[in-house]
Design a protein around this ligand. Structure first.
Ligand SMILES: NC(=O)c1ccc[n+]([C@@H]2O[C@H](COP(=O)([O-])OP(=O)(O)OC[C@H]3O[C@@H](n4cnc5c(N)ncnc54)[C@H](O)[C@@H]3O)[C@@H](O)[C@H]2O)c1
Length: 458
């Protein structure tokens, strides 16, 4: 469990005392995030399907809040269940009811009438089915990324939402990264003028994740190596587009005044995973895994066109030695920013010295810090991935609590996730252009931006 976080200065001690007396859930430790909901009956009730690495990280954030109660969790892995129970114990909460034993045990959990929402953090192939079943059970679904694997799954999510009226939120945390939100703020304030182009991607050396331990994957492996690696073996596609594309989509108003129209993809040959197996002390040239043929090209590059005639260059790069990068660049009529953890630079004509970059750390990020970060930054300190994980869980809980559409909705989930099957088809057809379905069925023309609109409280 992450260390307890400092309570924000406007936190009222009186509220906490009230909460500890009334909750009746054995609260022994102060929740770090106090939102003023004290009695168990007033709390939002959230269940969990999948409490592996990511699910437990969400669980930690949720258990830190005083406005949420977690009555039940589900996982098929006894170790994941055990570690989650520890989190409840450490937080001083009553143990949740456990659903386990087989891959469909979550359906039993969804029959409960005391759940308002469910956070789904399972392997990719389960996401859509679980989100659809959750919506059908009348509970808000918060689904990890990517949300769908095929175009049919994208439509399944959208159709189920439209039939049931129960929302799904895609839990794309990078949309809430502080620098990303500052750039969103700049875009909305017209700093770059009209946008023309963006670059983004997922460039993360995952070789040690895809093989763990040693060069093992699939049965007998640990963590994501149990399931994620199979996708690299059998799919040549941008397998993980949403961390890059999600933030750009919010800046370009995708599904809200704009939409993705088409894409083309290109892939390099595949070398990284084979080389890793051969060079690894547990592997070698004669290891059976060294004979495998990996379908995933090491670098998959996709170019998307939008209805407003912008282009977005998206890279998927997870098999080669390299430092982490989401590779953001946002370019408009008046200037450009090239930013990530390793570089934060900006050039705005008339403000920057001609032909030279300004350091965004010198005033820019502070000036355009997003109001949501100003409001909740203290709460976020210490939560995962530099604080952005607080925000994504907060947005989910607040949407459930207020019974409103989440700021990243089922149409976002469908449009962003569709990049995987469309890039796969483009590559299979010799880089042929592929058209995005309009998952909003025309509503994108009138829909207004919703994500982190100033004054929006979550
Ligand atoms: N947003 C982020 O920053 C971020 C970070 C890490 C992972 N993720 C995403 O979160 C998801 C989970 O990744 P992870 O790293 O936690 O993987 P993981 O393998 O550590 O955890 C997945 C868990 O799901 C459980 N599971 C599998 N099938 C199940 C079923 N039918 N019913 C119940 N439980 C089941 C597994 O036992 C495991 O505990 C993936 O989609 C991944 O891409 C997102």
């Amino acid at each position: 469990m992450k260390s307890r976080q400092k309570r924000p200065s406007h936190f009222k001690r009186r509220d906490f005392i009230k909460a500890s007396v009334i909750t009746g859930v054995g609260l022994a430790v102060a929740p770090a995030y106090a939102f003023g909901n004290s009695s168990k009956n007033e709390k939002v009730r959230i269940g969990f399907i999948g409490v592996g690495g990511r699910g437990r990280s969400h669980l930690g954030n949720i258990l830190n809040r005083d406005d949420v109660f977690v009555p039940a969790i589900c996982d098929i892995d006894p170790d994941a269940i055990q570690r989650s129970k520890k989190k409840f114990e450490n937080a001083g909460f009553k143990k949740p009811e456990i659903y386990t034993g087989n891959e469909l045990a979550y359906l039993k959990m969804l029959e409960r009438d005391d759940l308002d929402g469910v956070i789904i953090s399972t392997p990719w192939l389960w996401h859509t089915k679980m989100a659809v079943d959750t919506m059908k059970a009348g509970k808000y679904a918060g689904v990890e990324v990517s949300a769908a694997n095929t175009i049919e799954e994208c439509w399944d999510m959208v159709n189920t939402y439209e039939e049931t009226g129960v929302p799904t939120m895609i839990l794309e945390n990078v949309c809430y990264r502080r620098d990303v939100m500052a750039v969103l703020n700049m875009v909305r304030q017209g700093v770059f003028g009209e946008l023309l182009h963006a670059r983004c991607g997922y460039r993360h050396d995952l070789r040690g994740v895809k093989f763990d331990p040693g060069v093992t994957f699939g049965e007998g492996a640990s963590g994501e190596a149990r399931w994620r690696t199979q996708h690299s073996l059998h799919r040549n596609a941008d397998l993980y587009p949403t961390h890059g594309v999600g933030p750009v989509a919010t800046m370009m108003d995708i599904n809200r005044g704009n939409r993705f129209v088409s894409l083309t993809s290109h892939a390099t040959k595949s070398r990284g995973l084979h080389n890793y197996i051969v060079a690894h002390p547990d592997g070698g040239r004669d290891h059976p895994n060294a004979k495998l043929k990996w379908d995933l090209g090491d670098i998959v590059t996709t170019l998307i066109s939008t209805a407003r005639d912008e282009t977005i260059l998206v890279t998927h790069d997870t098999n080669l030695p390299r430092p982490y990068s989401l590779n953001f660049e946002i370019q408009g009529e008046k200037g450009i920013t090239d930013f990530d953890y390793h570089t934060r630079r900006i050039y705005i004509e008339g403000t920057s010295k001609p032909h030279s970059w300004d350091d965004m750390n010198e005033g820019w990020l502070e000036k355009y810090d997003h109001p949501l970060w100003k409001k909740y930054g203290e709460y976020a300190a210490g939560s995962g991935h530099g604080g952005m994980d607080f925000f994504v869980d907060h947005a989910f809980v607040e949407s459930v609590k207020r019974k409103v559409s989440p700021p990243l909705d089922v149409y976002d989930a469908a449009a962003w996730s569709a990049i995987t099957p469309l890039s796969e088809r483009s590559l299979a057809e010799g880089n042929a252009s592929q058209y995005f379905p309009d998952f909003t069925r025309g509503k994108w023309i009138k829909n207004k931006p919703l994500f982190a609109i100033n004054g929006n409280q979550y």
